[in-house]
Design a protein around this ligand. Structure first.
Ligand code: PLP
Length: 653
């Protein structure tokens, strides 16, 4: 048998498929990030986790890499710039970050910091997001696309922000907003820059297709767009209608859907222009997908096109349609959110333990345990003994039948709990034998598809699916998931992941696969005394803010890490996760009142001599200390395994 290599690990987890050559595995078997390309400096994720634990930070950790934000922004910007040149397009391109994709201040600010090199606007989809956009843009100037539901205050705020050197494009998402914009402009005596969002008949593809099409929530129908032109003409404001916008959904997996939308959108643009609106911006919305499984297909976790193809289709479709009517080429805006931020964040957590549904039996299962063994056990033992390549199918069906029969006998009181346990043990041992036969077959018969999942081990992990990867629970979204170390060692176990919540949905049992979806993940043997860290990758888009406090597991510690020439990496920001005190506050509990209630209850118990003073002291100490703790399990032994017993000084390191 060939020895396990790093390349085998890269292939097994399809790192080159989803990792865009930014992620790889080093000779130590650790996942690394190479933001500037191979050989141009690397960040070792396992090393970082160890160093953070030594600094006293607990897992789970959300690691953010600003270098990867820059990489994504440059990919999108450069793709458009290249296509603009190639097609001799007369207008320019402006990427806009939809703040909803990740509102974290450090993330938005880090992206804006690159705007010297790559200009970037912001998109706000609500009043709070508008306030963020105005604050951040007031320092540097730039474009803010104002989307979402608007009231009078939203519109007036956006209009007045023009005086701060910000170009606010107010998009009419619902027809009712038109009257409010006209009123606000008159009241403030200001000229708004107005856009309309068209409701396209063309729909996206993938899980978020319903954001487009006739029944979509936002956007104006053809009738409403025509009425808009008439109302603006009447108000003497048609010269302020400068932008056409559409958005047909997130994670558009098929290039065909994008092409259709662009054809329809460009026609609307040309018609509106010819009706007298001096349009100069064409905002093609978001939807540029991320290849989470690396399969390059139109599967929902993938996409069948590259960023460069996307840019080519946008530039080409707009130019081709507008050239027919000699309409000037507009500035193209895209609101690509997911593609901009998904790659930059990795969630790392530790495995706490493991459950095997079928523990290896300490006794020889081929021998009866008693002389008067019930027939059902005797029969199952025979099946177990005789499993072979020739009869594995028959053996499986027999074993299932005998397990069923035994259960009926238990319900009727014919066999007892010990005998039921023996049946369980024999059944799982038989299933393992059968699996060992079929896993090497070229084709696994349909009957056995669920067997591997049944035999899989459960790895209990220190995180919450609901807090950190809510889309995995809500829409069965797939994220690349794998160990971040020990990858120079063959993973010999098949497992699913269970989180800390007391919710049976708090699990991950679907994993990316190049050709399919895997029910189990290849993992290493878990050793109680050795930390085992897993990573969920590409979690930078939408997950944090959609995450919730199920079971009161709060925000995780987030660390911003940058590649550094001299010190390998530099920590830019540490954003501490929630403490128990903080999450209790979110649900209206006052920790000091809780403590005082506890003390009163203790006094009653002490008075009735149900408790000793010493016991009460321990309880109060734990209660008080817990309030300041992280909401996740603090694995003090992890820090201990990484910390030397005597703390070294820098000269010794
Ligand atoms: N623009 C609008 C109006 C949106 O609603 C969204 C999100 O669905 C986006 C942009 C961002 O989309 P994506 O993250 O798929 O690029």
């Amino acid at each position: 048998m060939d020895a396990w290599t790093i390349k085998d690990a890269i292939d097994l987890y399809n790192v080159n498929g989803w990792g865009r050559k930014l992620f790889s595995i080093n000779e130590k078997g650790h996942v690394i990030i190479e933001p500037n390309g191979k050989g141009e400096g690397q960040i070792d994720i396992k090393q970082i986790v160890d160093d953070l634990v030594r600094r006293g930070l607990s897992l789970p950790l959300l690691l953010r890499f600003p270098d990867l934000l820059r990489d994504s922004l440059s990919r999108i910007y450069n793709s458009f710039s290249e296509k603009i040149e190639e097609y001799s397009y007369q207008g320019s391109y402006l990427p806009v970050m939809p703040i909803k994709v990740n509102q974290q201040r450090h993330v938005v600010e880090e992206l804006l910091d690159f705007s010297g090199e790559y200009p970037l606007g912001l998109e706000a989809g609500s009043k709070p997001e508008l306030l963020i956009a105005i604050t951040l843009m007031s320092k540097r100037g730039g474009l803010v696309v104002c989307n979402g539901y608007k009231d009078q205050a939203y519109i007036e705020t956006a209009l007045l922000a023009q005086h701060l050197g910000i170009t606010t494009l107010i998009i009419i998402d619902r027809f009712a907003e038109l009257a409010m914009i006209i009123e606000a402009a008159k009241k403030l005596n200001l000229k708004p820059l107005i856009g309309v969002r068209a409701k396209l008949a063309s729909k996206g593809s993938g899980k978020w297709a319903e954001s487009g099409g006739d029944r979509s929530k936002f956007g104006l129908t053809a009738t409403e767009i025509v009425a808009c032109v008439e109302h603006l003409t009447e108000a003497g404001m048609l010269d302020q209608l400068v932008c056409l916008h559409f958005h047909i959904g997130s994670q558009i997996t098929a290039i065909r859907a994008i092409k259709d939308a662009l054809k329809e959108g460009s026609r609307i643009y040309a018609n509106l222009y010819n009706m007298g609106a001096p349009l100069r911006y064409f905002d093609v919305g978001g939807g540029l997908a991320v290849d989470y499984d690396g399969s390059r297909t139109n599967f929902h976790a993938s996409k069948n096109y590259s960023t460069s193809e996307y840019a080519a289709d946008v530039v080409d479709a707009i130019a081709a349609t507008l050239d027919e009517s000699h309409i000037p080429h507009p500035t193209i805006i895209s609101e690509s959110g997911r593609a901009l931020v998904a790659h930059h964040a990795v969630l790392v957590f530790d495995v706490l333990g493991r459950y095997e549904p079928s523990m290896p039996s300490p006794v020889d299962l081929t021998q009866p345990s008693t002389v008067d063994e019930p027939k059902v056990i005797e029969d199952l033992r025979e099946v177990y003994k005789l499993v072979s390549r020739k009869n594995y199918q028959e053996a499986y069906h027999d074993a299932l039948q005998l397990k069923e029969d035994a259960l009926s006998m238990f319900r009727l009181g014919i066999i007892d709990l010990r005998q039921r346990a023996q049946i369980e043990e024999l059944f799982w041992a038989t299933a393992h034998r059968i699996w060992r036969v079929i896993k090497n077959l070229a084709y696994i018969p349909e009957d056995f598809e669920g067997l591997q999942k049944q035999l899989a081990e459960t790895y209990f992990c220190n995180f919450s699916v609901f807090q950190s990867v809510p889309d995995s629970w809500a829409v069965n979204h797939l994220f690349p998931t794998m160990p971040i170390h020990r990858l120079n060692e063959k993973p010999t176990r098949m497992g699913t992941l269970a989180d800390l919540t007391c919710d049976s949905d708090g699990k991950i049992d679907q994993f990316i696969d190049l050709h399919d979806v895997k029910d189990t993940l290849e993992l290493h043997d878990f050793k109680e005394d050795e930390p085992y860290f897993l990573g969920i990758f590409l979690v930078g888009a939408y997950q944090e803010v959609l995450g919730d406090l199920h079971n009161l597991f709060g925000d995780v510690n987030a660390i911003h890490i940058q590649l550094d020439d001299e010190t390998e990496y530099k920590i830019r920001h540490v954003v501490k996760g929630d403490t128990i005190k903080e999450v209790l506050g979110y649900v209206e509990y006052d920790p000091s009142l809780m403590l005082s209630d506890l003390r009163q209850a203790i006094e009653l118990s002490l008075a009735k001599r149900k408790m000793t003073f010493e016991q009460s002291a321990v309880l109060v100490r734990h209660f008080e200390a817990s309030l300041s703790d992280y909401t996740y399990l603090e694995q003090t032994h992890l820090a201990e395994t990484l910390l030397a017993s005597v703390i070294p000084n820098p000269a010794e390191e």
